[in-house]
Design a protein around this ligand. Structure first.
Ligand SMILES: *Cc1c(COP(=O)(O)O)cnc(C)c1O
Length: 400
């Protein structure tokens, strides 16, 4: 997840163009900005790069999710299906709209299990939200088929999978809508930022309005614009969009280097028969920001995480114990620890997470180890890392 590793001259130059005009806002101020429209340019570039008809930038990936959910009409009491392995933002956004996050098991793709999704669909289900975790895709064919059969929409949380594809088409452009995050640890970054992608003009118009207080953006006088519906302020600033323009130009190089380094690390681990790799429905579309593999059992996966840490290897993730990415540690969600009272609909509709059985997810995530893939390794360093990781894994396997 390394856009930040390649921050440099072109980002500074882009930001300076904004600083020279002093117009930090993305809308209006037409004369003062002297032709500099960074957010507008970034939206155009994103549409071209990802092959989608409409793009609406937002202030974060979380804001992009809220915007997309709102555009799709998600509100009080609606149920949204999402995986047990994601970032907390996925369910935070659902809850913020008064809707109910329905967590569903993942399979060895580390994303939504389509069979579990089919079982979880109920009368209140409005939406399925596959999350393309750690750079690679959910089983989109199967998930889209389940959604279609039940006439519900799909919103892809592609925040971690910028540049990934499935059957040659960009992740984030398969569902009715898709979201990217440009936060500081994502594949490309603006510091903070996000985008909503869609091919449907109506969903775009709603997204554009919702992320700017409901503004209809008609006419040249912002103060006189209409407000056909209520919104919020999720606007990106020109400074962030400027950084995004420089980063987007680097995306293809980022993907190429990431894939090369991942293949090198993987070649060393592939020699160990006792471990297996994450299932990736379309290997050629992996954005390669992470390499994920499974140990034979959870005890030895945890031991590997400890062993690699002891050997000074950083960037290793044992998600099962992670506070932010896996259901096991989401005590705040299970106990509904919000600052203010939850709506009646949410209180009545929340599944009983304290007692729900996620043993399928536990059996998969509990055995999983991921390593982040760095852009700044040399090839020799990537080999050294692969060797060091393989040595640590073998040590744990020898201990039995
Ligand atoms: C990063 C991330 C988000 C939220 O993005 P922010 O820009 O940090 O708000 C949402 N979902 C997933 C899966 C993410 O990794």
């Amino acid at each position: 997840m390394p856009g930040r590793e390649w921050f440099g001259e072109s980002e500074r130059q882009q930001v300076n163009e904004v600083l020279e005009t002093g117009v930090l806002m993305r809308y209006n101020w037409d004369a003062e900005r002297r032709g500099v429209w960074k957010a507008r340019d970034l939206e155009a570039a994103l549409k071209t790069r990802f092959g989608v008809a409409f793009a609406q930038l937002t202030s974060s990936g979380t804001a992009a999710l809220l915007t997309a959910l709102s555009a799709l009409g998600v509100g009080a009491g609606d149920a949204v299906i999402l995986p047990t392995f994601t970032f907390v933002a996925s369910f935070e956004a659902v809850l913020a709209l008064g809707a109910i996050p329905v967590l569903v098991d993942v399979d060895e793709s580390l994303t939504l299990d389509p069979k579990a999704v089919a079982r979880a669909i109920g009368p209140h289900t409005k939406l399925v939200m596959p999350v393309h975790m750690c750079g690679a895709m959910a089983e989109l064919d199967a998930l889209l088929a389940v959604a279609k059969a039940h006439r519900i929409e799909v919103l892809e949380d592609a925040c971690q999978a910028i540049g990934g594809t499935y059957r040659g088409r960009a992740l984030g452009t398969w569902g009715a809508m898709g979201c990217f995050s440009f936060d500081y640890v994502k594949t490309i970054t603006c510091g903070e930022g996000g985008v909503v992608l869609t091919d449907r003009e109506g969903l775009y118009t709603r997204s554009k309005g919702y992320s700017d207080h409901g503004h209809d953006h008609i006419g040249a006088d912002r103060g006189a614009e209409g407000h056909p519906f209520l919104g919020l302020n999720f606007r990106i600033s020109e400074l962030q969009a400027a950084v995004g323009l420089a980063q987007l130009k680097k995306l293809d190089d980022i993907l190429r280097v990431q894939r090369r380094h991942k293949a090198i690390v993987k070649s060393h681990l592939a020699e160990i028969g006792a471990l297996s790799f994450r299932k990736i429905p379309d290997e050629s579309g992996d954005n390669a920001s992470f390499l994920s593999f499974f140990m034979p059992d959870a005890r030895r996966a945890r031991a590997v995480a400890k062993q690699l840490a002891a050997r000074g290897i950083t960037g290793i993730f044992y998600w099962y114990d992670n506070n932010w990415h896996y259901v096991r540690q989401w005590a705040h969600l299970k106990a509904c620890q919000t600052l203010g009272a939850l709506s009646r609909e949410v209180r009545a509709g929340m599944p009983d997470y304290a007692s729900q059985d996620f043993s399928q997810s536990d059996a998969i995530v509990g055995r999983c180890i991921s390593t982040a893939i760095s852009l700044n390794w040399t090839e020799a360093e990537a080999h050294a890392r692969g060797k060091a990781m393989a040595a640590g894994v073998k040590r744990v396997l020898q201990q039995g």
